[in-house]
Design a protein around this ligand. Sequence first.
Ligand SMILES: C[S@@+](CC[C@H](N)C(=O)[O-])C[C@H]1O[C@@H](n2cnc3c(N)ncnc32)[C@H](O)[C@@H]1O
Length: 196
Amino acid sequence: MELTELSPALLSLREEAKKGRDPTCADETLAYLLALCGTRSPARILEIGAGEGLTACALLSACDARYTGIELDAVRAECARHNFQRFGLEARATLHEGDAGEILPLLEGEYDLIFSDGPKVQYLRYLPDCKRLLKRGGVLVSDDVFFLGKDLSAVPKKRRMLALHLAEYREQLQNDPGFETKFYEYGEGVAVSIKR
Ligand SMILES: C[S@@+](CC[C@H](N)C(=O)[O-])C[C@H]1O[C@@H](n2cnc3c(N)ncnc32)[C@H](O)[C@@H]1O
């Protein structure tokens, strides 16, 4: 499914969300995720940082997968539940409201597609659970991995910790023999890691 084939109501919610503090993923990133759903027909999708459920609604519109999302913010979680109902997707969507660091270790089973889009400073902490929960051949898509750019010396001191964290995350993904990772310039950068 192409981005333009999504329901006009969902596209308009996306435009609104892009103006907010924790916006929904970039168009290019969503287009890539939609293409993945088309080629891979995932049976189970996990999203860390579900936000208002807009990416979830798009992906569930594009395939028959079941979806599990984790969202810390109660208002966004409520909004996500409302959106699942609005688009008739609630039967395939489960939302855990709370801290991904606490919820991820409790999840079981295997996922075909994991979209890591929660707090960037926690990506490394979430990685072992993402790996554990990912099916062999499954795909981990990590959003915003080039947030703050690639040149650490150009990052203001205040943001250096986060930039270092993301640099280490990229390095771990690239050097992990259990993953085959490629980086793309979609939005603020996307890492696509296939579990070997
Ligand atoms: C970039 S937004 C997610 C957008 C969403 N993935 C989408 O594409 O529409 C990041 C989300 O992570 C959530 N978040 C922040 N810290 C979290 C945590 N510790 N556990 C779970 N979610 C968290 C934020 O509340 C926010 O909604």
